[in-house]
Design a protein around this ligand. Sequence first.
Ligand SMILES: *[C@@H]1O[C@H](CO)[C@@H](O)[C@H](O)[C@H]1NC(C)=O
Ligand SMILES: *[C@@H]1O[C@H](CO)[C@@H](O)[C@H](O)[C@H]1NC(C)=O
Ligand SMILES: *[C@@H]1O[C@H](CO)[C@@H](O)[C@H](O)[C@H]1NC(C)=O
Ligand SMILES: *[C@@H]1O[C@H](CO)[C@@H](O)[C@H](O)[C@H]1NC(C)=O
Ligand SMILES: *[C@@H]1O[C@H](CO)[C@@H](O)[C@H](O)[C@H]1NC(C)=O
Ligand SMILES: *[C@@H]1O[C@H](CO)[C@@H](O)[C@H](O)[C@H]1NC(C)=O
Ligand SMILES: *[C@@H]1O[C@H](CO)[C@@H](O)[C@H](O)[C@H]1NC(C)=O
Ligand SMILES: *[C@@H]1O[C@H](CO)[C@@H](O)[C@H](O)[C@H]1NC(C)=O
Ligand SMILES: *[C@@H]1O[C@H](CO)[C@@H](O)[C@H](O)[C@H]1NC(C)=O
Ligand SMILES: *[C@@H]1O[C@H](CO)[C@@H](O)[C@H](O)[C@H]1NC(C)=O
Ligand SMILES: *[C@@H]1O[C@H](CO)[C@@H](O)[C@H](O)[C@H]1NC(C)=O
Ligand SMILES: *[C@@H]1O[C@H](CO)[C@@H](O)[C@H](O)[C@H]1NC(C)=O
Length: 408
Amino acid sequence: MEKLIFLLILLFLIQFAISIASSNETDQQTLSAFQNLITSLTHFLANNWTKNTPFCSWFGVTCTANRQRVVALALPNLQLQGTISLSLANLSFLSVLNLQNNSFCGGIPYGLGHLPCLRVIDNQNNQLNGSIPTSLFQHRRVQVISLAFNELGGEMWKGPWYVPELRVINLRNNSLTGVIHPSFGNATKLLNFSLFGNRVSGNIPKEVSNLSQLAFLFLFDNQLTDEANMVTNLKFLSISNNQISGCNPSNICQLIELKVLSISFNNITRDIPRNIGCLSKLKIFLIGENPIKGTIPNSLGNISTLQYLYCGNNRIVGQIPPELGKLSKLRELFFDSNSNLIGQIPEAVFNISSLEVIDFSFNNLSDKIPTTTGLHLPNIKQLILGVNQLEGKIPLFITNASKLDKLV
Ligand SMILES: *[C@@H]1O[C@H](CO)[C@@H](O)[C@H](O)[C@H]1NC(C)=O
Ligand SMILES: *[C@@H]1O[C@H](CO)[C@@H](O)[C@H](O)[C@H]1NC(C)=O
Ligand SMILES: *[C@@H]1O[C@H](CO)[C@@H](O)[C@H](O)[C@H]1NC(C)=O
Ligand SMILES: *[C@@H]1O[C@H](CO)[C@@H](O)[C@H](O)[C@H]1NC(C)=O
Ligand SMILES: *[C@@H]1O[C@H](CO)[C@@H](O)[C@H](O)[C@H]1NC(C)=O
Ligand SMILES: *[C@@H]1O[C@H](CO)[C@@H](O)[C@H](O)[C@H]1NC(C)=O
Ligand SMILES: *[C@@H]1O[C@H](CO)[C@@H](O)[C@H](O)[C@H]1NC(C)=O
Ligand SMILES: *[C@@H]1O[C@H](CO)[C@@H](O)[C@H](O)[C@H]1NC(C)=O
Ligand SMILES: *[C@@H]1O[C@H](CO)[C@@H](O)[C@H](O)[C@H]1NC(C)=O
Ligand SMILES: *[C@@H]1O[C@H](CO)[C@@H](O)[C@H](O)[C@H]1NC(C)=O
Ligand SMILES: *[C@@H]1O[C@H](CO)[C@@H](O)[C@H](O)[C@H]1NC(C)=O
Ligand SMILES: *[C@@H]1O[C@H](CO)[C@@H](O)[C@H](O)[C@H]1NC(C)=O
């Protein structure tokens, strides 16, 4: 009990100390310091941020109602140039910082990660360089960290992450290196994680499976290796363009929410799981440009939502299952350059009216293209069947295809 009272008094004293140490005058000075480093103040802003109007009425500034302290600074899309003043770290009540889509350069002030109320930092689409303040990875309240489309470099934070409130972290299109620390599994509220277009290496830590809310995982275009693990709530999984050699297929049916699965341009050798048909919401399935082996599972035909199926440049063998003809929403179908697909192309494939592109070129398909009457490909634009052993006449459904612009 005594301890508790002592703690409460201490807490009160700290709060009191903070409020006298910094006041709304500090905020005014801080904003002016920030303004001074902007080299391209638009006429509008220069006339608006003036000393003779209270700073709480300045454009882009939001204050607390009672104490007149800055809680949000939002200046997106203004073509602002210059560096971000280190003094911003003195806005001790700042909760939202949004400078996205400007031309700020230089580093992100380290102290921002120490602002106790910070919830959103969105500085995407600038020319910021240097590294990400590591303090942002250990922030108890931060919910959104968006630093995409900058020139940030260096290693990702090597120490343990502790960001229990983090929902969105978007670091897309920077030059980050290093690895993803396993403790990112502590960020259990994470919904969106994007590292798209960096140079991050190592594996995707198995702790990803602790992120039960995670819906979007974009790791496209990095240097990740090793087995990828799965998370149950994912809607969008992209690990294309890495050096990943395994993709744990045994639990594929856990990914029941998946709409997009993109694993192309890797080093994955495994077969397509027989039970892939359990992914009943899948719309986009990209697995091309891997050394994937085995045959095409019949159950693929059960994914009635499927629109894009790219499976070119793999090492798939055997026949094309007639079940593919059941994919009534399919728009693009690629099985080119697998070398050893054999047999006939099932007739039903040539009667999927939504199809725009069919590519079975560079295989060992034989037999005739079906000439059955009543087949229709009204939307076909590209029909690419070259370099096979196909024979026979060009059927009616091709000569009738008015949108066709490529026939090989
Ligand atoms: C700062 O706060 C005090 C009261 O807390 C208020 O009287 C004063 O007008 C404020 N100054 C500005 C510039 O908002
Ligand atoms: C500055 O902009 C804000 C928000 O648009 C506006 O309310 C305020 O009147 C402007 N102040 C001046 C001095 O132009
Ligand atoms: C970025 O800001 C410019 C104006 O500075 C605007 O024209 C453009 O639409 C903005 N882009 C985005 C993606 O918001
Ligand atoms: C923050 O404020 C303190 C005191 O008001 C000042 O001494 C210091 O220079 C400020 N820090 C920055 C980075 O501007
Ligand atoms: C960041 O860019 C500026 C030029 O805009 C350069 O002077 C500085 O050295 C760069 N810093 C880092 C860490 O790359
Ligand atoms: C974060 O996760 C690591 C395991 O990766 C664990 O050792 C650590 O205790 C966790 N930290 C917190 C604060 O939960
Ligand atoms: C992941 O969850 C398991 C239990 O479900 C727990 O033991 C482990 O510490 C968690 N790891 C992280 C990094 O949060
Ligand atoms: C997550 O990312 C997706 C795709 O970029 C986007 O549509 C969605 O709005 C994001 N969600 C949040 C909460 O930011
Ligand atoms: C994103 O990065 C890629 C290279 O990784 C580059 O090709 C692309 O142009 C970048 N996009 C933007 C909008 O900067
Ligand atoms: C692909 O994986 C094989 C082993 O499975 C390995 O020998 C090869 O070096 C890998 N290739 C690349 C480009 O990572
Ligand atoms: C496709 O779905 C039907 C009906 O749900 C089921 O009976 C059949 O076994 C499935 N086919 C495959 C190959 O999984
Ligand atoms: C092609 O599909 C249409 C319906 O879209 C159907 O009426 C027709 O019987 C099918 N033709 C063949 C040969 O399966």
